[in-house]
Design a protein around this ligand. Structure first.
Ligand code: TRP
Length: 331
């Protein structure tokens, strides 16, 4: 029986952090044996908002690739590629744009939200409006059945399903309607308690040194009402405890929660346990990162071979797309 196809992507818009690790990468690794997986670096998507200053994109592409591999993605099992190396995505995006009602794109919540949120850039562009459609092209290109993403991406998946249906109605059954494979993880808090995000500057990056990670946890916000060592705290109000829920064993969670409520332990004791567990997760990743960064030629080889494989799959879809629409087949 052939495996179902999975596709997912990461936009290279800065260094990856532990939120990306537990929210995406670990999940990608977990399913790499169960599906035929295509994972890619969405550098054209980064361009939709970083078009006026592209200087960070290349470094971010490299950071994403290194972290994907360091987190355990195996290029022998999955296809890892870079969007801009598979030009077919641009062709499919263009063809899909012909059948996409403007209202569908204007209604996608991220369109208005991000325009309001981002004040230092003009996002009133054709490319930015088309962001979800480019994502649809990414997904449809590999006729993916499942798309592992977080809940924030659900509207993009919905529009993809609508576009696939509309295409099939006009031109014949070419595309399956993809489903989200929702990543069930609580939002990872940053060191200030807000959602971990590079715009807030509260991230623990995968590229941080052990010293930086330790320092960031040591100075992290806890229950704001627990001021003195003898004050009793409420672990549920502490972002440190939210990280324990992700990185610590059940026994440790019970222990630190109890210690917090009774003032049996101090915040630093609690943080030490978290630091130890975070190090256990990050150490093998750091080791592989170092090894990979010392072999840039190997990185280029992996992304180039992956992009070639993706291109082969994409060109099969595109032949069918052109034929269905009625282009190029003069005879
Ligand atoms: N929009 C996604 C994000 O910001 C990135 C992305 C681009 C993507 N194309 C995709 C994700 C296709 C899944 C499938 O996270």
């Amino acid at each position: 029986m052939s495996k179902k196809r999975v596709l997912s992507g990461i936009q290279p818009s800065g260094k990856l952090h532990i939120g990306n690790l537990v929210g995406a990468l670990q999940n990608w690794v977990k399913i790499q044996d169960d599906y035929e997986c295509y994972y890619f670096i969405a550098d054209w998507h980064a361009l939709t908002s970083q078009y006026s200053d592209t200087s960070q994109i290349k470094e971010s592409v490299k950071d994403v690739l290194v972290n994907c591999l360091a987190a355990g993605l195996d290029p022998e099992k999955v296809t890892i590629f870079q969007q801009s190396r598979v030009l077919e995505h641009a062709e499919l995006h263009l063809l899909l744009s012909m059948i996409t009602p403007l209202g569908w794109l204007e209604r996608v919540p991220s369109f208005k939200e991000k325009q309001l949120e981002v004040k230092d850039k003009d996002l009133n562009t054709y490319g930015f409006l088309g962001y979800p459609l480019l994502q649809s092209a990414d997904i449809m290109m590999y006729r993916a059945h499942y798309v592992p993403v977080g809940v924030d991406q659900v509207p993009h998946l919905e529009i993809t399903r609508e576009i696939a249906r509309r295409f099939n109605n006009f031109y014949g059954e070419v595309f399956p309607e993809p489903d989200a494979l929702l990543t069930q993880f609580p939002k990872v808090p940053g060191v200030d308690g807000r959602k971990m995000s590079k715009t807030y500057g509260n991230c623990i990056y995968l590229s941080d040194s052990p010293q930086e990670v330790e320092q960031k946890i040591r100075t992290m916000t806890t229950d704001p009402q627990r001021i003195k060592r003898t004050d009793k705290g409420d672990p549920e109000l502490s972002p440190v405890f939210q990280l324990h829920k992700i990185f610590s064993s059940n026994d440790e969670q019970v222990e630190v929660a109890e210690g917090c409520r009774t003032a049996g332990i101090g915040c630093i004791d609690c943080k030490k346990v978290l630091i130890k567990n975070l190090m256990t997760v990050l150490e093998p990743i750091w080791e592989r990162r170092l090894e990979l960064l010392n072999h840039p030629d190997r990185l280029e080889e992996i992304i180039s071979a992956g992009s070639q494989k993706a291109k082969e799959a994409a060109s099969i879809t595109m032949s069918q797309v052109r034929k269905s629409i009625g282009l190029f087949n003069l005879m």
